[in-house]
Design a protein around this ligand. Structure first.
Ligand SMILES: [Zn+2]
Length: 284
């Protein structure tokens, strides 16, 4: 499942290819993904240019310059297996045939084609007005962006101070911090030396001072590596991310802990139905 660094990688690619381009033709090739596809998707986008491509948590927000004071925003979520493919303008002849799971097709004014492909269809697309975005159901209860200045040790401590849940579960709660998923929570807790089983309220204070920079650091390193490719994730040009080679605990059950001087192996436990990987000696 794409997490924040993977979505940010897609956003950067879309920004480079889409901003300033006009949608000449938009086609939904089925009525629904995880949710119904807006029936007015084509009519609201065709003939208009892309102004910006933003990201909020794991959601892409494509802002359309549609000559209205309150612009249209396309909200796109990749779900479990969604992929955005960008085919450059063909020198001659038509584009390659569409594939079975190419559900959304966007033809651009420079001849390039953007396709949303999603075999499992947990992804979804929605439309909003720019002014209504912060109050949209997807975003209204969402916590701060982990890479933004609004996410700091004080804010995190405040969010954790009454929580008896394990810190692992608290960090996956999108109201505490937006966009963190299983992989990067495991990695950040390891880097900060904090046990995933520790009660969240005991992380408030000094431990939050260590945890916040660890979260920002792992996300920034993953973005720099083009994200992590586990099953399906690919960048716009089909290339894989390579941060999965830098995991220190995730997916390393039974392998040696990488901290110097530690002779333990990485353990795997299940928390809230998800695998947690950690070192019982280095993380307290
Ligand atoms: Zn260790």
């Amino acid at each position: 499942m794409p997490e924040l660094p993977e979505v940010e990688t897609v956003r950067t690619g879309l920004e480079q290819s889409l901003v300033g381009r006009r949608f000449d033709r938009v086609e939904a090739r089925r009525p629904d993904l995880r949710f119904p596809i807006p029936t007015d998707l084509a009519t609201r986008l065709q003939g208009h240019r892309v102004l910006r491509v933003n990201r909020r948590a794991k959601y892409l927000q494509i802002i359309i310059d549609d000559n209205s004071a309150d612009r249209t925003v396309v909200i796109l979520h990749l779900g479990m297996s969604g992929r955005v493919n960008l085919m450059p303008a063909p020198d001659a002849g038509p584009h390659a045939d569409l594939l079975k799971h190419d559900h959304l097709v966007f033809d651009l004014d420079d001849g390039a084609r953007m396709v949303f492909n999603d075999p499992r269809r947990f992804g979804f697309i929605a439309l909003s007005r720019e002014s209504a975005l912060d109050d949209h159901d997807y975003f209204k209860d969402m916590g701060p962006e982990p890479l933004g200045n609004a996410f700091n040790a004080e804010i995190l401590s405040q969010a954790l101070k009454d929580k008896d849940t394990p810190i692992k579960a608290a960090l996956l709660d999108q109201r505490v911090v937006a966009g963190l998923g299983n992989i990067y929570v495991c990695e950040a807790l390891y880097d900060a030396g904090i046990s995933p089983k520790r009660k969240a309220r005991t992380v408030a204070g000094l431990r939050a001072d260590r945890l916040v920079p660890a979260i920002k650091d792992v996300l920034q390193r993953a973005i720099a590596a083009g994200g992590s490719t586990l099953r399906d994730f690919a960048q716009l040009d089909g290339q894989s991310g390579y941060f999965q080679h830098s995991f220190r605990v995730y997916g390393r059950e039974g392998e040696a802990c990488l901290s110097p001087g530690c002779d333990k192996v990485v353990k795997r436990i299940t928390q809230s139905g998800r695998s947690t990987f950690y070192c019982s000696s280095c993380q307290r």
